[in-house]
Design a protein around this ligand. Structure first.
Ligand code: PLP
Length: 402
């Protein structure tokens, strides 16, 4: 049997993980995290929070385990959580949903994304994403043996050029993936862009997969799901997760919602990926989704404050930043320090400065790297004292000038 270019290699290759010999290399995330651990650096590379989600919600999961929620959950997820997703979509976005046919619970947003892509994308189909993109999109598009086309988000506000969007989506496009608010840039797509995505999806008969895991992490604005815009609902699978909104990234409870035909397709694939997971976490997440408005605004406010501290600290060190409108990521430009490729400074920062960050170029196609190569992504979902310590250390950035 030949192992020359099998699907796993294609998947790794799509996510830029194969070296020139076709051997998988470790990701830059693993490399930077290892350096951060070795040098006891503040790790602002990986986007995981260093605080726990609400205690009353964690207790529900503990009680559920003690009270027998330990066997397979239903394939669509427990009804209470599907009901809670519907209540949430109605409460925040005025989007009515049927919990029996229009919602499916998944193993994190990641599984919902994978199932959605595998449900609709045939080999050689085109899938359009904005660039930079969350790395799992590229890997899944590779696994589906499809063609990943990108539309660049442009500085300074990381919005796409509408003409480029129109030129990229065509009759071969099967799926358009939208991530809003956007990882890694922290930007929020304008309603004009979202409406154009909807128009193009209608024009070229595409499915929209909308990754809204950062829906509640916005600084001063309310979230607009693409499904709530005219013509959006009927074409969109909306995906979210408990990881970001409630700081339960390890629970891996996500969900997809949308019109029945699309959700039936996602559920059909999803049942052969994991079937179901997290029976004890699901009732807890149901109650998390029912938390009062102040929980969501309070958390966003706290994060916004951390982001502002970091942005001001970087600016004080002479580094230009692109202030995020949402998520917990901030983009800084190290070109002035003489680094055309931010990967170089990202590799020395843990040791020489005691702070770790991720180069933006890992989130883009190899051939498009130059446009983003001097940018670094910092995650600020950390305690205030951790950000303050990072800011203090970042004041030494000037010493890394070339
Ligand atoms: C844009 C985006 N989508 C999806 C995910 C994964 O979500 P989950 O952990 O719920 O699978 C992440 C996690 O970093 C993300 O940033």
């Amino acid at each position: 049997m030949s192992f020359e270019y099998t699907p796993w290699q294609r998947t790794a290759d799509s996510a830029n993980l194969l070296d020139s010999n076709g051997t998988p290399r470790i990701t830059i995330f693993e490399e930077i995290t290892a350096l951060a651990n070795k040098h006891q650096a503040v790790n602002l590379g990986q986007g995981f929070p260093d605080t726990e989600g609400p205690e009353e919600i964690r207790k529900i999961a503990v009680d559920a385990i003690l009270n027998g929620a330990n066997q397979y959950a239903p394939g669509s997820g427990i009804l209470d959580l599907r009901n809670a997703v519907c209540e949430h979509q109605l409460r925040f976005y005025d989007l009515p949903l049927d919990p029996l046919t229009q919602v499916v619970i998944s193993t994190g947003a990641t599984e919902a994304l994978a199932a959605s892509i595998l449900a609709f994308v045939e080999p050689q189909d085109e899938v359009v994403t904005f660039e930079p993109y969350y790395d799992s999109y590229a890997a899944m598009i590779g696994l589906a043996n499809a063609c990943h086309r990108v539309v660049q988000l442009r500085l300074p506000d990381f919005q796409p050029d509408i003409e480029q969007l129109r030129a990229t989506v065509n009759d071969k496009t099967r799926v358009i993936i939208v991530n809003n608010p956007h990882n890694p840039t922290g930007s929020i797509l304008s309603d004009e862009v979202l409406q154009e995505v909807i128009n193009l999806a209608h024009q070229h008969d595409c499915v929209i997969i909308s990754d809204e895991v950062y829906e509640h992490l916005r600084f001063g604005t309310r979230h607009t799901p693409i499904a709530s815009l005219p013509g959006g609902f009927e074409r969109t699978i909306t995906i979210s997760s408990a990881g970001k909104s409630f700081s339960f990234t390890g629970w891996k409870v996500g969900w997809a919602s949308g019109p029945e035909p699309l959700i039936t397709a996602v559920r059909t694939v999803k049942q052969f990926l994991t079937y179901s997971s997290g029976p004890a976490f699901q009732p807890a997440v149901a109650e998390a989704l029912r938390l009062p408005e102040e929980f969501f605004t309070g958390f966003a406010h706290q994060l916004g404050h951390a982001g502002e501290l970091l942005a001001a600290g970087l600016e004080n060190a002479g580094i230009p930043v692109y202030r995020p409108q949402g998520t917990y990521f901030l983009v800084a430009d190290v070109a002035q320090l003489g680094y055309e490729d931010a990967t170089e400074i990202a590799r020395i920062m843990p040791e020489q400065l005691g702070v770790a960050a991720i180069p933006m170029s890992v989130f883009v196609h190899e051939e498009n790297r130059t446009a983003y190569s001097s940018l670094l992504r910092f995650a600020f979902c950390k305690k205030e004292e951790v950000i303050v310590q990072a800011v203090h250390r970042l004041q030494g950035l000037g010493a890394l000038q070339r």
